[in-house]
Ligand binder design. Sequence first.
Ligand code: AMP
Ligand code: MN
Ligand code: MN
Ligand code: MN
Length: 274
Amino acid sequence: MKADLHNHSYFSDGFLSPKEVVRLANDAGCNLFSLTDHDTTDGILEAQLEADKLGLNLVNGVEISAFWRNSAIHIVGLGIDIDNDMLQTGLEFNQNLREARAERIALDLWRSGIKDALEKAKKISGGHMLTRTHFAQMLIEDGYCKDMKSVFRRYLTGKKPGGVRVEWKSFDEIINWIQSAGGKALIAHPFRYRMTHTKIKKMLNEFKDANGDAFEVVNANSTEQEISLGNEWSENFDLLTSIGSDFHGWPNQRVQIGNLADLPNNSRAIWSYL
Ligand code: AMP
Ligand code: MN
Ligand code: MN
Ligand code: MN
């Protein structure tokens, strides 16, 4: 099984259309693929059309912003019914938070002498949903930073210019939106939240207590040690395992669709339960 269950299109902060992303997945030899844009399912119909043409198995997905102990945590929903009211009402709530946040980011950047950030970011997003990535691109284009890594170090986080706190909903609510739509809820990229292993385990434990289903054990940037720890924790916390590249298709990004290590223990793989 070659699965890649975490990818983005330009309906959130990816560069490519859903159609292009699906084609890349097919070219890479994926048997199972999911488009998981941030807080929106708007790209899925286009992805489904292309997947049907190519005979690629598409899983409906979304990556929802959640809040746990003062950190933004990403919860991926897989196998969701995109027409479900509870889910779509939740996604609209997050989309509104994003719009309000974008205005506050722009105001905060303006206070640091960076003008017209909102207009420029909107232009880059092509009218699709605004993410911090669009502000990051704007800051790179205007010469404030040289790449994504340095932008997120100097701007858009914590007390840095453009750093705006958002209180997303808690695990229980997000899991409920996803499961009401018939999907499975999983924590995305657990090693990317700047947490100690002890704290990651606490997070997984509380996620399980909130009826969460799984977490991503394999990512494009996973080390061998992370994969084996993830596998161990999936057993300890009785959570299923998932795999996804978190492909965005940005220029200079080395991450490729479907270019992933194998899940160590196929019996717990989420695809058997979707
Ligand atoms: P948002 O969901 O609007 O808060 O934007 C978060 C997105 O920004 C993530 O999904 C990543 O794609 C991107 N991002 C966050 N931190 C970094 C980073 N340090 N380097 C590159 N991209 C990042
Ligand atoms: Mn992203
Ligand atoms: Mn994420
Ligand atoms: Mn992602």
